[in-house]
Design a protein around this ligand. Structure first.
Ligand SMILES: *C/C=C(C)/C=C/C=C(C)/C=C/C1=C(C)CCCC1(C)C
Length: 241
């Protein structure tokens, strides 16, 4: 039962050609380093930005811990740590929704906007998990439902009420909001590609056998660390004044 805890930090061999294992390893380090950076940066920005930086650090910290587990899971079993992956996402993706809210709060954002995004992200992830781990035979269908929720999230922040608040706030807030929107549209689109590489469907074979974990790990590094850096630069640039 406590196997997954006992094997943490134990030395194992990693094959030189285990490029999947390597991306878990490097992803883990990157998430740890980013967390230290975001936490330590909290002291050098205006008070009103500290919570945003704290959340950025929590996102990468939660990921770092899950990467430790996923790295070891991969080393031991050589199969996808799907469960840890989705537990990580179900914690960190809603926190990214909180980040949108925190940035726009000063411009008058309501909590209902945040809860709506969180609700949609949970639907996106739960249906994705079902398709990937529980009902692969219908992976295409679950992926479609998940994709629909993703589409609504993207619509909401690009064109919905969040957009209006960002425009009203202008300046650095608008710029940061735009950057985060691009992360959701382009950065998050990496994940459905990983899903298609790892589940059966009409898309079989088009990714040439590339392991879904490599795609997910690249997506995580871009989205979690990049997202945090956008928040960091907003905090720094609007603290200087
Ligand atoms: C830090 C982790 C992040 C930002 C994870 C994001 C995950 C997604 C945007 C996943 C989306 C999916 C679809 C849109 C369809 C197929 C199933 C998913 C869950 C991979």
């Amino acid at each position: 039962m406590n196997l997954s805890i006992n094997f943490l930090f134990m030395t194992k061999e990693m094959a030189a050609n285990d490029y999947v294992g390597f991306t878990f390893f490097i992803g883990c380090m990157a998430m740890m380093a980013a967390s230290v950076f975001f936490f330590l940066s909290m002291g050098s920005v205006d008070k009103k930005w500290r919570t945003s930086l704290l959340v950025s650090g929590l996102i990468t910290f939660i990921a770092a811990v899950h990467y430790l587990y996923m790295r070891d899971y991969w080393a031991d079993f050589g199969t996808s740590p799907t469960f840890f992956r989705y537990v990580d996402w179900i914690l960190t993706v809603p926190l990214m929704c909180v980040e949108f809210y925190l940035i726009l709060k000063l411009a008058g954002a309501k909590k209902s906007m945040m809860w709506r995004l969180i609700f949609l992200s949970v639907i996106m992830l739960v249906t994705g998990y079902i398709g990937e781990a529980m009902d692969q035979a219908n992976a295409q269908l679950w992926g479609l439902v998940s994709g629909a929720a993703y589409f609504v999230i993207a619509y909401d922040i690009w064109l919905g009420s969040a957009k209006k608040l960002a425009v009203a706030a202008g300046g650095a807030t608008l710029k940061a909001h735009k950057a985060l929107c691009w992360f959701v549209l382009v950065g998050w689109a990496i994940y459905p590609i990983g899903y298609m590489a790892g589940t059966p469907g009409w898309y079989d074979g088009i990714f040439g056998g590339l392991d879904l974990n490599v795609i997910y790990n690249i997506g995580d590094a871009i989205n979690k660390i990049g997202f945090g850096l956008v928040v960091y630069s907003l905090a720094v640039s609007s603290s200087e004044k």
